[in-house]
Ligand binder design. Sequence first.
Ligand SMILES: Cc1ncc(COP(=O)(O)O)c(C=O)c1O
Length: 342
Amino acid sequence: MSNNVVYLDRNENNYGPAPACFEVLKKADLTKLSWYDRSFTTGSKGILSARLAHDFGLAEDRIILGYGAEHLLKQTIQCYLQKNQKLMIPAYSWWYYKKIAAEVGGISIEYPMIKAEKSFLYDVPGMKEMYRRERPAIVFISSPNNPTGNALGLTDLKDVLTEFKDAVVVMDEAYAYHGKIDYINDLVESHPRLMVARTFSKYYALAGMRIGFAVVGKEMAELGKFANRYLGYHRLSEEIAIAALDATTYYQGIARTMWEDKEEYYEKIGRIPGCTVFRSEANFILVEIPAKHKEGLQAALKQKGLIVKFMEEPLLNSHIRITIGTREQNKMVINAITSYFT
Ligand SMILES: Cc1ncc(COP(=O)(O)O)c(C=O)c1O
């Protein structure tokens, strides 16, 4: 195996955070490491939740911070899912959803997703039908969804939210790769039991910092009480996150480059006989390959130091999920896959 391993298996952002984030570290007031945050003396939870509240046009109690979106999803389950109650999740989804439901004795039920020719699609009537039949306590929607890459459009989202009004609805937007936030205020104002989860791990390239946030509707105060940290969060992480929020040009540039590189994938891998590249709104793509080539391709990529995710799930066992890396890394993967198949 090559000495320079390229990890494209966990949907991290290989471009790294904006230079302004490193500047915060260089100039950090290190005494902050010894002292708890004292924002509470001003009536605020902390500088990051205050900043996010301002950006989303909401009161600060409608923003909840967590150690990544992972932490927020788990706390939502712990707060609202009782033993034997149902959690409704997409048929193809992040394995972690089932794990956190099982931890509290909850039951995961999977709603259908349509596998179209070149993309996966949310099946809105199928979701509504299952909701009416099963009456779950919580519904998870993942947009864009991991690992299929498709998103649920705003009109469809509003449609299902109207149907799901008795449930807690979690919109997992960990992979929101457009930088947009303007629609969220209206959504959480109209749907009091909605929680929209976002993270600094993907778009902002700060996975190692472990910070995410949720924007919640008015009736999610219980989650706020459960999840809020009396003694605050990591103070330097909050400053770095704010520097990332301010570096819009840097992150928009990366998202644009990734968008162009995905086009290369659709075009170059999509034309290999037997391979399908599904359209993705996230920083990864899902590729279906002929099942008989799974082991061979895995070995060929590994030999070149390229680590991508070979899926094992029953519905996706001849699929690979490839994180969109830097332009150079993407070229390496595209070349390695095309030369394996030719
Ligand atoms: C769909 C989805 N949601 C949430 C997360 C959690 O991200 P983090 O805890 O780093 O914010 C991940 C991580 O890969 C994910 O795939």
